[in-house]
Design a protein around this ligand. Structure first.
Ligand code: UDP
Length: 236
């Protein structure tokens, strides 16, 4: 079997690190994540990861508390750095070399993000974790995922979620919700399917970057995807 995707950008939301808890980081789930990633790493896939911060802090939460939106967004970006360090720790415990690159300079704990350097790390089989989002407020880490994927010329953007793909309506609310195996960027935008925010979707559309939405809790999915097995939903 040959790999379908040689270089991937994996978007993990902050919530993905929570596992079954309702805040922060679940050590057993992050260990599971590291093992899933290792199964793909060992196949020779180049892996870049964008991590969110929603398990700790989101900009809109802060704005609701009366904080200035941009300030709250910076707090959200700092939350992603904490998650990036936790993920780095888990990956290194599984013997994978990693580098955290931050869009906001924090030299003591992460390298500054430099595109060409990130690509070099990938070529040298290091897993790159992109922290601090785009470094600018008013964006999301989904948009960061699309942006970094385009920058490093990833073959695909893999959006890890808790559901097994994209549905025509919320499957947790409607029992007759239908799973869509494939959908166009424009349909995803126009039907407001909450796959990713519109900025992220348009960026992927303009760069012809396919997005696969899949359930990270389903063991073995990541590996199946890189070998081209049809899992989850594709936006293309
Ligand atoms: N954020 C930002 N600019 C970015 C990326 C993230 O301002 O480029 C902030 C924003 O406030 C966001 C928070 O960081 O709410 C955490 O990211 P996100 O909500 O995307 O995390 P996820 O939902 O993936 O856990």
């Amino acid at each position: 079997m040959s790999l379908k995707y040689k270089r991937i950008l994996l978007k993990l939301s902050g919530e993905a690190l929570m596992g079954n808890s309702d805040f922060g980081i679940d050590p057993s789930f992050i260990k599971y994540l590291a093992k899933e990633i290792k199964d793909v790493y060992e196949e020779g896939v180049e892996i870049a990861i964008v991590i969110g911060g929603g398990n700790i802090f989101r900009g809109n939460q802060g704005a609701k508390l009366g904080l200035d939106r941009a300030t709250a967004d910076y707090m959200g970006m700092l939350a992603t750095v904490m998650n990036a360090l936790a993920l780095q720790d888990a990956l290194e415990k599984e013997d994978m070399p990693t580098r955290v690159m931050s869009a906001i300079e924090m030299r003591q704990i992460a390298e500054p993000y430099i595109r060409r350097r990130a690509i070099r790390h990938l070529e040298k089989a290091r897993i790159v974790i992109f922290a601090a989002g785009t470094g600018s407020p008013f964006f999301t880490t989904d948009t960061t995922g699309a942006l970094r994927a385009a920058e490093i010329k990833a073959d695909v953007l893999l959006k890890a979620t808790k559901v097994d793909g994209i549905y025509d309506k919320d499957p947790s609310k409607y029992s007759d919700a239908k799973k869509l195996d494939e959908i166009s960027y424009l349909d995803a935008i126009n039907k407001n399917l909450k796959v990713m925010d519109h900025t992220a979707l348009t960026l992927c559309m303009e760069n012809k970057l396919p997005i696969i939405v899949f359930n990270i809790k389903q063991k073995g999915s990541l590996k199946d995807i890189v070998y081209g097995k049809k899992i989850g939903s594709v936006v293309k």
